[in-house]
Design a protein around this ligand. Structure first.
Ligand SMILES: Nc1ncnc2c1ncn2[C@@H]1O[C@H](COP(=O)(O)OP(=O)(O)OP(=O)(O)O)[C@@H](O)[C@H]1O
Ligand SMILES: [Mg+2]
Length: 247
């Protein structure tokens, strides 16, 4: 069963001639990790920001539990969490203070809030550093905190735009492992975007390749490798993108 269904989602920004997202359709199943890949400016963030209810679609719609993004953005928003591609966090709060504040927006009572924060603490892997002010965190530490925040409330769907960008190899690996575990053990669904093909090969159950606003190829990684006669996803990416430039 699909957790998220995206149907013909399109976005034309004011004063632009072309659609940044053009009739984008895909679905994400329960516990599935779906990855959007594509060149810079292809429309990944635009698609993600529409689904995060931050910008409104020009056309098309998306559905979660039969709630439509366009008609019921509040119901839609309750079911997702969103990690932006570039994000800071309130520098004057401590890590734990931030988790408590963000948790309080989702928790129905004190007990649930405590459970969220406990989960967030464990997932962040930041240990005692959570007692420090965020102003003194490194980029990687902030990223870990934001990722912990995005999954601690048990969303049906966690949307993460370039989750591990800027992280060192060890931190990126830890975060990938955590995403995989949550999808397998917790049945959390993920919509990810990434430029790291190694990361996508490790994580993604299915991939949608966006070129110039359109999904031009979609499938499991073995399916895509077979279709583009490639041994790895980087080769798939290059072939799929160049194929679309010719057309
Ligand atoms: N706020 C905006 N106003 C106008 N045009 C925008 C805006 N945001 C994005 N665009 C344009 O929409 C297109 C898609 O951009 P988008 O950020 O969705 O790409 P992306 O796939 O996320 O790229 P990247 O890999 O660089 O993150 C680009 O042509 C971009 O210039
Ligand atoms: Mg982007």
């Amino acid at each position: 069963m699909s957790v998220l269904e995206v149907k013909g989602l399109s976005k034309k920004y004011p004063k632009k001639d072309v659609f940044a997202a053009d009739n984008v359709s895909f679905d994400v199943g329960e516990g599935e990790i779906y990855a959007l890949i594509g060149p810079n400016g292809a429309g990944k963030t635009t698609t993600i920001r529409m689904l995060a209810t931050l910008i409104s679609p020009t056309a098309g719609d998306a559905f979660m539990d039969s709630f439509a993004l366009t008609k019921n953005p509040d119901e839609f928003r309750k079911r997702i969490t969103y990690l932006p591609d570039e994000a800071g966090a309130y520098k004057t709060l401590t890590g734990i203070g931030y988790l408590e504040f963000m948790g309080s927006l989702f928790a129905k009572d004190r007990a649930e809030l405590e459970e969220f924060v406990r989960r967030g603490e464990a997932i962040s892997g930041l240990g005692e550093k959570l007692r420090d002010k965020i102003g003194g965190y490194s980029r990687g530490m902030i990223r870990k905190l934001l990722i912990a925040r995005a999954v601690m409330t048990n969303p049906k769907l966690a949307i993460m735009d370039e989750a591990t960008s800027g992280l060192d190899v060890i931190n990126a690996l830890e975060i990938r492992k955590m995403i995989k575990e949550l999808s397998v053990n917790n049945k959390t669904s993920f919509l990810l975007s990434s430029h790291n093909m190694l990361e996508i090969e490790y994580l993604a159950d299915r991939v949608g390749l966006i070129t110039a606003g359109k999904i031009t190829a979609q499938g499991t990684i073995p399916e895509l490798k077979a279709r583009f006669k490639s041994d790895n996803l980087e080769e798939v990416f290059v072939k799929a993108v160049s194929e679309n430039e010719v057309l």
